[in-house]
Design a protein around this ligand. Sequence first.
Ligand code: ADP
Ligand code: MG
Length: 212
Amino acid sequence: MPIISLLGNKGGAGKTTLAVNLAAALNQLGTTLLLDADPQQSSSQWRVLSSQPDTVPVFNASSSVAMSVGAQAKNYSHLLIDCPPSVHSDQTKDALRLSDWAIIPVLPSPLDLWASVKIEAEIDQAREKNPGLKALLVINQLEPRTRLSQAIRNATVELSTPTANTAIRRRVVYRSTVLEGRSVFDAGAKGAAAADELTELLTEIGITREQQ
Ligand SMILES: Nc1ncnc2c1ncn2[C@@H]1O[C@H](COP(=O)(O)OP(=O)(O)O)[C@@H](O)[C@H]1O
Ligand SMILES: [Mg+2]
């Protein structure tokens, strides 16, 4: 049962957006729980907005990630953890200790990229207790035609954490669906390109439909 954490050192990078949409994708493959470890409870808010009974469940894990994982892991095929915007928080540290994958969304801006360098030290430290932890930077809100986006992609080569080949583009559908407690997978043709890139990202971390 893979445990995937969405983490980072900055608010606004896309942790919650990726958490809810990846949770929706995984929920199509097997029972999935989204653990909301951020005291701001944005993922939980998203779930409250959903009127669909089959929307992926969200569990408030902000008071203890370790206890929440311990209590819930056996009931689900996939767990996602939406972390607060600090890698030094207890929630993120616990999540790193328990996860198979650390997914770190970064905006295509130099400031965000530099902030992610600090994450690497925390990941290295977590690996002392959790040697199997794999980490991947994911460029989010990519605007492919801008020169800056290309420069950022080139700059990530200098970090020791690999960057996913799949970048998540800036798309209105990521914002509009969240407002209704839905995911891009519920948005039909409007969400198709976003759904494809998320599926591709999951394939990069070894989760494919064929495997299920
Ligand atoms: N790929 C994307 N395209 C368009 N808007 C996005 C995308 N990713 C995130 N956003 C928007 O950016 C803002 C911050 O994203 P959020 O997921 O809340 O970040 P975090 O959880 O890291 O603080 C939100 O308004 C969200 O709707
Ligand atoms: Mg968030």
